[in-house]
Design a protein around this ligand. Structure first.
Ligand code: ADP
Ligand code: MG
Length: 618
C-alpha cells in the first residue's frame, strides 16, 4: 500500500433520530462543527416549503405544527425499510430524507474545509440490522460523503470519553436515551483498546414517547373537560406535542410548570384550549414504566457481558433524555454508582465519531487508542435440524458467528451433505437468535455445486463468514474434497438493483438541491454523472454471485488485517518478554503480508495472530 498523497478531510457524524451533529478533530481533540448560525445540534427534521425549497433543522422543526404534511421528523425509525415517505406530495425513501439531513451537515463542513470530497464516520444504534446500516451508508453517499465507516453509537460515546481518560483499564456502561432510541452497552477499555462487550437496546423507546405520554395526559384532561379529543385534529395533536416537549424539558430543571394554550383545537367553531399545572412527580408517574423498561435492559446487558454492577467503573449517560433527573437517579440506585457528569449527553456520540475519524486519518494515531466492536446479531446458515421426536427437519439455524463476537471476525465451520449422491448445496444466510431460521432475518443465498458424489454425511462443505467493522458480511463456501468455491458479499446479494435505485435517488436529490437558489452550489451544473458518487465499490459489483477468482476481496482483508495488526501492536506493551517475542514475530509476518496482495497468505497471518491473541487472553 502506498502512502496517501492527497489529504481528504474526515468528519464524524451522529445521525440521530431527533438531532444530528457533525464534528472534526482540532488540535488533537474532537469538536462539533457549528452551523452558520452557531448551532451545535441540527434537529433531524426536513421540510419542503410551499416554494419547493428544502429546509432542514430548526426552521423545519418549528414548521412541524403548521405544515405537518410538508415535513418529516424521526425518519431514522424507518431506515432500512421499504416504506416511502410523502412530503409535499412527493415520495421519498428513508435514505433520501436522511441524505437531505446529511447534506445540511456537509455544508457545515464545507464552510470550514471548503467544498470537495469528504470522508465520514457515521454512527448508528448498536442493534441496527445490516439493512439499516447499509441504508445509513447509502444516505451518506447520497449526501456526497465517502462513508469510511459505520460505528455503533455507544462505541462512539465511549471513544469520546476514552480519549480523555486513557490511563488505566476500565469497564464502562453507556446508557444512551435519545429522542427515539435507547441503547445500553458494556464497553471495556484495556491498554488503549476499546471493546464493546455486549450491547442491547430498543428502537422504539425514547424522549418522544415521554412527550406522547404527556400529550395523552393533556388529551384526557380536554376530553373530560370539553368532550373533545384534540388528537383527532392533526394540528391540535402537533400543538400538544410541541408543548409536551417544552414541559418535559422545563421539568428537568424546575419542579413544576404551567401550561396555558389558548387554542389547541376547535369545537362548533369555538376555540378550545388547555390550562394545566404539571409537577415533576406527575411527569415521572407518566413515564416511570418506560424508565423501568430501560433498567431491565441494563440488567440484561450486564448479564450478557458477564459482569456485575460492581465491575462497572464508569457510567456514561448520553442522549438528551438523560437530562431528566429521574433517569440519573434510577441508574444511580440500580448500579450503586454516580454516573459521570463530565459527559455532554448531546455531543458525546458525534465527538466519538470524530475520534474514530481521527484514528483513521492518523490525526490521533499518537493516542494509542483502538476501537473494536461486536457483531450485534448471530449470523449463520439454514441446516437440517435433528429433533428428539421426529426426523431431522429443514430450517434449523446454525450460527457461524455468534452475537457479541468481537469484530472484525472470520469464522469457519464445516457442514456435511445430507443426501446420498448430493452434488450441490444451497447456502441460505440468516441473522438472528432463533433456533429456526423462519424466525430470523434472511440475508441472502447462493448455490455451491461441484461436490463429488458420495454417501450422505461424507462430503464436507466449509462455510466461512467474514464480518467487518462496517457491518458488511461475506460468506464463502468450499467443497472440502473438490476445492470448488463460491462466495457472496451479502451487501450486494440483498439488493440487486440497488445501484440503479441509488443513481436515480442521486439525480432526484440533485434536482431538488438545484431548485434551491443557494450561493454555495455555484459549480453544481458540472457533469451530473460525476456528482458525488462514491468511488469504486458500488461500481465493481452488480450483485451477481462472485466466482471463486474474486473470493474475499483484498481490500476488506487488508482493512481487517490492519486493524488486527494495530490491536496486536498495542497489546505488546502489556506482555511479558517471552510472550512479547512470540507476538512480535506474528505481527512481523502480518505486517509483511499486509504489504503484499496475496490474500490467502494474509488470511493465514491473520489467523495466526488471532490465535495468539486468544492464547494470550488479549
Ligand atoms: P437522538 O439521539 O434520538 O437524536 P438526542 O440525544 O438529541 O436524540 O435527544 C433528544 C431528546 O432529548 C428529545 O426527546 C428531547 O426532547 C430530549 N431532551 C433534550 N433536552 C432535554 C432536557 N433538558 N430534559 C429532558 N429531555 C430533553
Ligand atoms: Mg443519539
Amino acid at each position: 500500500m502506498s502512502e496517501e498523497n492527497f489529504w481528504r478531510p474526515i468528519v464524524g457524524i451522529d445521525l440521530g433520530t431527533t438531532n444530528s451533529a457533525i464534528s472534526y478533530i482540532r488540535n488533537g481533540k474532537p469538536e462539533i462543527i457549528p452551523s452558520a448560525k452557531g448551532e451545535l445540534l441540527l434537529p433531524s427534521v426536513v421540510l419542503i416549503d410551499p416554494l419547493g425549497n428544502i429546509v432542514v433543522g430548526k426552521d423545519a422543526k418549528d414548521a412541524l405544527v403548521a405544515m405537518p404534511d410538508r415535513s418529516i421528523a424521526a425518519v431514522k425509525r424507518k431506515m432500512g425499510s421499504l416504506d416511502n415517505i410523502t412530503i409535499a406530495g412527493e415520495s421519498f425513501s428513508p435514505q433520501e430524507i436522511s441524505a437531505l439531513i446529511l447534506k445540511e451537515l456537509k455544508q457545515q463542513a464545507d464552510q470550514m474545509y471548503g467544498e470537495g470530497e469528504k470522508e465520514a464516520v457515521i454512527t448508528v444504534p448498536a442493534y441496527f440490522t445490516d439493512e439499516q446500516r447499509r441504508a445509513t451508508k447509502e444516505a451518506g453517499e447520497l449526501a456526497g460523503f465517502v462513508v469510511e465507516r459505520i460505528i455503533n453509537e455507544p462505541t462512539a460515546a465511549a471513544l469520546s470519553f476514552g480519549l480523555e481518560n486513557l490511563q488505566g483499564d476500565r469497564t464502562f456502561l453507556v446508557y444512551d436515551l435519545g429522542g427515539g432510541t435507547f441503547d445500553v452497552s458494556v464497553v471495556e477499555m484495556f491498554s488503549g483498546v476499546l471493546e464493546v462487550k455486549a450491547s442491547t437496546g430498543d428502537r422504539m423507546l425514547g424522549g418522544e414517547d415521554f412527550d406522547w405520554r404527556l400529550v395523552d395526559w393533556f388529551a384526557e384532561k380536554m376530553i373530560s373537560q370539553y368532550g373533545v379529543d384534540p388528537r383527532e385534529d392533526i394540528r391540535g395533536k402537533a400543538a400538544l406535542k410541541e408543548e409536551a416537549e417544552r414541559v418535559k424539558i422545563v421539568l428537568s430543571s424546575e419542579t413544576s410548570v404551567s401550561v396555558m394554550l389558548p387554542l389547541v383545537t376547535v369545537k362548533d367553531n369555538r376555540p378550545i384550549g388547555l390550562t394545566a399545572e404539571v409537577s415533576r412527580e406527575q411527569f415521572i408517574s407518566l413515564i416511570e414504566d418506560l424508565i423501568v423498561q430501560t433498567l431491565e435492559r441494563v440488567t440484561g446487558v450486564l448479564q450478557e457481558a458477564g459482569v456485575t454492577a460492581n465491575a462497572i467503573d464508569e457510567v456514561l449517560l448520553v442522549g438528551g433524555s438523560t437530562r431528566i433527573p429521574y433517569v440519573r437517579e434510577a441508574i444511580r440506585s440500580l448500579l450503586g454508582k454516580e454516573p459521570r457528569s463530565d459527559v455532554n449527553p448531546d455531543e458525546a456520540v458525534a465527538l466519538g465519531a470524530a475520534v474514530q475519524a481521527g484514528l483513521k486519518s492518523g490525526l490521533l494515531s499518537e493516542s494509542g487508542l483502538i476501537a473494536t466492536d461486536v457483531a450485534p446479531f448471530s449470523m449463520g446458515i439454514a441446516v437440517l435440524k435433528e429433533s428428539v421426536s421426529v426426523r431431522a427437519r429443514p430450517g434449523g439455524f446454525a450460527p457461524v458467528i455468534t452475537r457479541n463476537t468481537t469484530i472484525p471476525v472470520t469464522r469457519s465451520q464445516t457442514f456435511y451433505t445430507s443426501a446420498p449422491g448430493q452434488t450441490a448445496v444451497s447456502i441460505e444466510i440468516y441473522q438472528g437468535e432463533h433456533e429456526w431460521v423462519k424466525h430470523n432475518h434472511f440475508l441472502g443465498e447462493f448455490m455451491l455445486d461441484g461436490i463429488p458424489e458420495n454417501w450422505e454425511n461424507y462430503e464436507g462443505i466449509k462455510v466461512t463468514f467474514r464480518y467487518n467493522l462496517n457491518g458488511i458480511l461475506e460468506v464463502a463456501a468450499e467443497s472440502v474434497s473438490s476445492g470448488k468455491q463460491m462466495s457472496v458479499t451479502v451487501q450486494d446479494a440483498l439488493n440487486r438493483d440497488s445501484r440503479e435505485v441509488f443513481e436515480e435517488s442521486a439525480r432526484r436529490l440533485q434536482k431538488l438541491w438545484e431548485a434551491v437558489p443557494d450561493e454555495t452550489d455555484a459549480d453544481e451544473d458540472e457533469d451530473l454523472d460525476d456528482w458525488d458518487l462514491p468511488p469504486g465499490e458500488l461500481d465493481e459489483d452488480d450483485g451477481e454471485w462472485d466466482s471463486e477468482e474474486d473470493d474475499l476481496t483484498p481490500t476488506l482483508a487488508h482493512e481487517d488485517g490492519r486493524i488486527l495488526a494495530q490491536r496486536g501492536h498495542n497489546a505488546l506493551a502489556v506482555l511479558k518478554d517471552t510472550e512479547q517475542k512470540k507476538l512480535s514475530q506474528a505481527l512481523l509476518a502480518l505486517d509483511e503480508a499486509l504489504q503484499g496482495e496475496d490474500v490467502e497468505a494474509l488470511e493465514r497471518a491473520m489467523e495466526a495472530t488471532t490465535d495468539l491473541l486468544i492464547e494470550l487472553e488479549l
